[in-house]
Design a protein around this ligand. Structure first.
Ligand SMILES: Cc1ncc(COP(=O)(O)O)c(C=O)c1O
Length: 291
């Protein structure tokens, strides 16, 4: 590739200055999708667009009112890297609904799953590293991994989710080729875009394979609490090799989410996310539940 056209005209004056990692970047599929979906004449079933008319407007308005009245100075100020403790406690309560017991210290607040994925990628990925992910997988995550110059290797799924045997084969194959696998990125509940849910039996198997191979599990769980008939199987319990990125689409107006991991991961996440000190902890969690 060159920064000049055939006649030698310089098309991009900064061509030689861009960081190497930008050479693999392509237009975001998510951005393209939302550009179409936001046209008033389009009813898009392609993206995870919340049905905003069903959101509790008056509760949201009164929660904002309460926050501004009671803690306006804090809400409009920069916050800590990890997020205000009150909000993290509320996030723990949401995680508790899926049976995850954690400490408020282990939670890092983010502005959505997407930021949590980016944070985790920034912490773990070096150029050339391999990320294992379901085939197909969430485009927004693949784009993040690409931006850190990692390679996503897809692992087959069926109606019960990720196929353990295919996971084992992928780990063996990539390692035999001399590549470093950093983590498995998985959406075990109501997978985007495949719609399947990882069965209970396979959850333990997938975790066992990853633990015995020293591969981290990054669980992206934006949809686990959204179901019509039965909840998805419970997560496989606490493990030091598991990171959970959670966001709650029904509360998207504030878009709180979190990354949860062991103490060392939490420290590094908070460090790597704490400058600039963000306002993602703002507004602080409302004092009463509004679900
Ligand atoms: C699997 C998955 N992860 C992450 C995200 C991004 O979530 P958030 O809006 O919380 O950043 C989405 C959004 O569609 C998604 O489908």
């Amino acid at each position: 590739m060159s920064g000049t056209d055939r006649a030698g005209n310089n098309l991009d004056p900064w061509y030689d200055l861009y960081a190497d990692r930008t050479s693999g970047l392509s237009a975001s599929e998510v951005r393209a999708l939302f550009a179409v979906a936001s046209r008033p004449e389009v009813v898009s079933l392609a993206g995870g667009m919340p049905y905003v008319s069903a959101l509790p407007d008056s509760l949201i308005r009164s929660a904002f009112d309460t926050v501004m009245t009671e803690r306006g100075d804090t809400a409009l100020q920069y916050g800590s890297g990890q997020g205000v403790p009150a909000l993290r406690e509320n996030i723990l309560a949401v995680m508790g609904e899926e049976g995850i017991r954690a400490s408020v210290d282990d939670v890092v607040t983010t502005t959505g799953s997407q930021q949590a994925i980016d944070l985790v990628a920034k912490l773990f990925l070096d150029p050339g590293d391999v990320v294992l992910a379901e085939a197909p997988s969430y485009v927004g995550a693949i784009g993040v991994f690409r931006s850190y110059q990692a390679r996503t290797v897809h692992v087959a799924m069926d109606d019960d989710g990720l196929i353990p045997e295919a996971l084992r084969e992928a780990i063996t194959r990539e390692r035999a080729a001399g590549r470093t696998i950093k983590f498995l990125y998985t959406v075990p509940n109501f997978h985007n875009p495949a719609g399947v849910t990882l069965s209970a039996a396979r959850r333990s198997e997938v975790l066992e394979i990853c633990q015995s191979s020293g591969v981290l599990v990054i669980e992206d769980n934006p949809y686990g609490l959204l179901y019509f008939d039965a909840p998805p199987p419970r997560p496989c319990g606490r493990s030091t090799t598991r990171v959970s990125c959670t966001s709650d689409p029904s509360r998207r107006r504030w878009r709180p989410a979190s990354a949860w991991g062991g103490p060392s991961l939490r420290t590094r996440s908070a460090r790597s996310s704490c400058w600039p000190p963000s306002r993602r902890s703002c507004p602080p969690a409302p004092s009463r539940s509004w679900s």
